[in-house]
Design a protein around this ligand. Structure first.
Ligand code: KIV
Ligand code: ZN
Length: 508
């Protein structure tokens, strides 16, 4: 097996900081359950003081998980730490994660504190957290742009105060692998007591080096990696969980290490995150992109047909990519649908199952072949979005080259049914304007894209929209065999996400 690398997933915290990737509580719980199934050791469920919504999500997740540790983030101050503990105290395996910046730039311009004060605050915060739980992680934010002797002094103070994990973040994605490895070596050589704690890294991908930096840190003695599914996160994102895990596994000859992640659940997890956040995975993304195992050139195809290893360093099956995703049709019954849901990682309560099954039957009437992707869309739209403020009830559009596009839309707004009609430059414009009228919202459309979920002319169209309102963005997705309906669903999904954000900010 080799020594173990602890996988700390922060999809629900740093991942949610991706512009537009806001998630509601039900979505977060669903993701946490999938991460636990994936075998993640620590799940950072959120930043409880940041909003009431985040607090509720962390608390709910803490009450649900049975194997993974549940971490809550807190700045290094008494109120944050208390709030974080309040959210995770019922967890089977709680972890408090507190942080403070250590770079001169942050101390001078953001914290406005001296180095001595930062050392004292770091020690006090860890000591406070230790009163609640023995499992305390300390992070030195912007570590890679910090003066190394000062960074070492802060880390030493946190270790002395009882931190059990010390995390060295490359907060702005500035480090280069050889230099980052050297920094880890230096800390291991100079900080008293560091051998007693688990050393961790948390890398951002601003220079596209997050995975490389994490691997370099591992080669220099780090034993925990913080990462996110699909590498989502603040700005350019974080270390991608699937890439780091598969690198350790595929190059076991080099690292001699292992993780507890079950690779066959990687693909389903990646898809779930993409569906819920609306953040599409680029086709050439390593491990989970749609081209990651596609061989195009004749020479490569010839080689793979003769022996897979000629051009494949791992198999698509090993990360859970199904051989063929054609699954069900019009005649498939409850049992087959339930089994397929289970294989895709969804165990739905009876009421939710019935709702999904009804929608599946409706879809099967319109579309002969139902693929995994179709089923995932059903679950994302019918089950995970139940607490939505705005719901589409009815839609009729008249469009063509000789008529002014007109939309009639009926919606539920907080349970009240409202109908309106409106014109636009095209059918989608007419729908969006009418929805805006009904919902009395003022968001700006930043991006609109249509994709076919699967192949064939009867495939469902999946629409992704990105909206902006008062500096906040939200990504929405909607799928339907009719792209006009899919557009309306995507728009409403994004509006609901903006509403959720507003509600969180109002502390409701
Ligand atoms: O990037 C960062 O430094 C962080 C810390 C809070 C760990 O996200
Ligand atoms: Zn971060």
């Amino acid at each position: 097996m080799g020594e173990k690398i602890v996988i700390f997933d922060t999809t629900l915290r740093d991942g949610e900081q991706s512009p537009g990737a806001a998630m509601n509580v039900a979505e977060k719980v669903r993701i946490a359950q999938q991460l636990e199934k994936l075998g993640v050791d620590v799940i950072e469920a959120g930043f409880p003081i940041s909003s009431q919504g985040d607090f509720e999500a962390v608390k709910t997740i803490a009450g649900v998980l049975t194997h993974s540790e549940v971490a809550a983030l807190a700045r290094a101050n008494p109120q944050d730490i208390e709030r974080a503990w309040e959210a995770i105290k019922e967890a089977k395996f709680p972890r408090l994660h507190t942080f403070i910046s250590t770079s001169d730039i942050h101390l001078k311009h953001q914290l406005k504190k001296s180095q001595e004060e930062v050392i004292r605050i770091a020690a006090q915060s860890v000591a406070q957290a230790k009163q609640y739980t023995p499992n305390v992680e300390f992070s030195a934010m912007d570590a890679t742009r910090s003066e190394i002797p000062f960074l070492a002094a802060v880390v030493e103070a946190a270790v002395q105060a009882g931190a059990t994990t010390i995390n060295i973040p490359d907060t702005v994605g500035y480090a280069i692998p050889s230099e980052f490895g050297e920094l880890i070596r230096t800390l291991r050589q100079t900080v008293k007591g560091i051998e007693k704690v688990t050393l961790s890294v948390h890398c951002h991908d601003d220079l596209g080096l997050a995975v490389a930096n994490s691997l370099s840190a591992i080669q220099n003695g780090v034993r925990q990696v913080e990462c996110t599914i699909n590498g989502i996160g603040e700005r350019a994102g974080n270390t991608s969980l699937e890439e780091v895990v598969m690198a350790i596994r595929t190059r076991k000859d080099l690292f001699g290490l292992s993780t507890q992640v079950v690779p066959k659940h990687i693909f389903a997890t990646s898809r779930l995150i993409s569906k819920i956040t609306g953040m599409v995975v680029q086709p050439n993304k390593a491990i989970v992109g749609s081209n990651a195992f596609a061989h195009e050139s004749g020479i490569h195809q010839d080689g793979v047909l003769k022996e897979k290893q000629t051009y494949e360093i791992m198999t698509p099956e090993s990360v859970g990519i199904p051989k063929s995703s054609l699954v069900l049709g019009k005649l498939s019954g409850r049992h087959a649908f339930k089994e397929r849901l289970k294989e895709l990682g969804f165990r739905l309560p009876e009421k939710d199952f019935e709702m999904a099954f009804t929608r599946f039957k409706e879809l099967a009437d319109k579309k002969r072949e139902i693929y995994d992707e179709d089923i995932e869309s059903i679950v994302a739209e019918e089950i995970l979005r139940i607490s939505d403020r705005f719901k589409l009830v009815y839609l009729n559009v008249v469009a063509g080259n000789m008529t002014v596009p007109t939309a009639t839309v009926k919606m539920e707004v907080d349970g009240e049914v409202i109908q309106e009609a409106g014109f636009g430059d095209g059918p989608v414009d007419a729908i969006f304007k009418t929805i805006k009228k009904i919902t009395r919202t003022r968001s700006k459309l930043l991006h609109f894209a249509i994709n076919a979920i699967t192949g064939g002319t009867e495939a469902q169209g999946e629409v992704t929209v990105r909206l902006e309102e008062k500096g906040r963005t939200a990504i929405g997705q909607g799928a339907d065999t009719d792209v006009i309906v899919a557009s309306a669903k995507a728009y409403i999904n994004a509006l609901n996400k903006l509403e959720y954000r507003k509600k969180e900010l109002r502390g409701l």
